[in-house]
Design a protein around this ligand. Structure first.
Ligand SMILES: Nc1ncnc2c1ncn2[C@@H]1O[C@H](COP(=O)(O)OP(=O)(O)O)[C@@H](O)[C@H]1O
Ligand SMILES: [Mg+2]
Length: 374
């Protein structure tokens, strides 16, 4: 038995996912405890506010938020350990992704900034923490994202068939998994574009809810082909991989700029329906173009619970099966946090965590830094 604890909050900022994973010696992973802690309202408000102020005024707020988030992540880990009834000392390490504040792998000094002071997590939990996974890949010339594909391979690769894993979080990413009996073909993957982030933002603006449960509001409207065409004209969709993106690009200002006058003339539910269609189209187009021979796509991330989105994916899939990772033994909500437990284990074993064919890094790298328990 070797236990690792994964801590993750994605761009949706819907809550901190904490999970404990048991890895067998051969690497097989089993999820044995899990819990989501929502961010406190004042923390969420500060995170959202900070994304809209200029850098100089933000400096002390960023530094304070790093410490605050460290405490909150540590609490999430401690809560889960208590609930799980496991012995703390049985957990080898915590893999903490941190909260992304900004991701820009394109500039003259590319970066990806995650907050959530790992020192505090180590101090409050008494456990070794592995964190800061993305920056090593970026230093090696990569995008620093997506990092989940090798974990997807460990969890879901099949012996004989090519399959796709699609993680629909705030941003959507895909992993194309060649069969295990074809080790010469590399695992590929990239961010396809918006997952839930635009739908969430539109729902927050018009309904005041965090998200559109089951996509019901979207289903009350009609997707508008003119608007969809304008949104799909975004150059990111046509870029070749490696590529990664975030809410820095796909946000309501982007929607306003792309949609122009159309946005003011359409009923809000029609725009929501079109945003759902945008997520479905951009994802399926990426799968079709990059994995035409895949038999099935397994969906994970919060988007798997959006039944309207799942319906549209199935309608667009042209014969490819669209399934949930739940059908393969892992609830969609836990795959990404499990991936950070997996990444922590790689680092602790001195093994690489990135895939150069995915991120574009110059080579395999052991990711992150180790913050000792004592
Ligand atoms: N029942 C549901 N119906 C519709 N959407 C859902 C549901 N549950 C979760 N989601 C969506 O999933 C998002 C969270 O997904 P998650 O995988 O945690 O993303 P991230 O990795 O960005 O945090 C929510 O913001 C919401 O948009
Ligand atoms: Mg989340």
């Amino acid at each position: 038995m070797s236990l690792y604890l994964g801590l993750l909050s994605g761009t949706s900022m819907d809550g901190m996912d904490a999970c404990i994973v048991d890895f067998a010696d051969d690497g097989r992973a089993q999820l044995i405890a899990q819990h989501t802690t929502p961010y406190p309202d004042n923390l969420l408000a500060e995170l959202r506010a900070l994304m809209h102020v200029d850098a100089v005024r933000a400096m002390p707020r960023v530094a304070r938020l790093d410490a605050w988030l460290g405490e909150v992540f540590a609490q999430a880990a401690n809560d889960l350990i208590e609930r799980s009834m496991l012995k703390r000392s049985d957990i080898t390490a915590i893999g903490s992704h941190g909260q992304t504040l900004h991701h820009d792998p394109h500039g003259d000094y590319p970066y990806s900034l995650q907050l959530g002071d790992p020192h505090r997590i180590a101090e409050r939990t008494g456990l070794t923490v592995v964190a800061d996974f993305r920056r090593r890949d970026i230093a090696a010339g990569g995008q620093g994202a997506p990092l989940v594909p090798p974990a997807h391979a460990a969890l879901f690769a099949d012996t004989t068939e090519t399959r796709v894993i699609a993680n629909i979080g705030g941003i959507a990413n895909i992993t194309i998994l060649p069969p295990k009996n074809d080790p010469a073909t590399p695992v590929r993957g990239f961010d396809t574009g918006p997952g839930n982030t635009l739908m969430d933002a539109w729902t927050q603006r018009h309904l005041g809810h965090a998200y559109d449960r089951a996509g019901a509001w979207a289903q009350s409207g009609q997707a508008q082909p003119d608007l969809l065409a304008r949104l799909l004209a975004e150059p990111y969709f046509a870029q070749v991989a490696p590529k990664s993106t975030g809410p820095e690009l796909f946000n309501l200002a982007w929607l306003q700029a792309r949609a122009g006058d159309l946005l003011d003339t359409l009923p809000a539910p029609d725009t929501q329906a079109t945003l759902l269609e945008l997520s479905a189209h951009s994802l399926m187009a990426a799968i079709e173009a990059n994995a035409p021979d895949a038999k099935r796509a397994l969906i994970c991330g919060g988007g798997a619970y959006n039944t309207a989105l799942m319906q549209r994916l199935r309608a667009l899939a042209k014969g490819m099966l669209i399934e949930s990772t739940a059908d393969y033994g892992i609830e969609p909500a836990w795959v990404e946090a499990m991936a950070f437990a997996w990444l922590a284990r790689q680092t602790m074993l001195g093994l690489p965590g990135n895939l150069p064919a995915v991120t574009g890094a110059k080579g395999l790298r052991v990711l992150g830094a180790i913050y000792s328990a004592h």
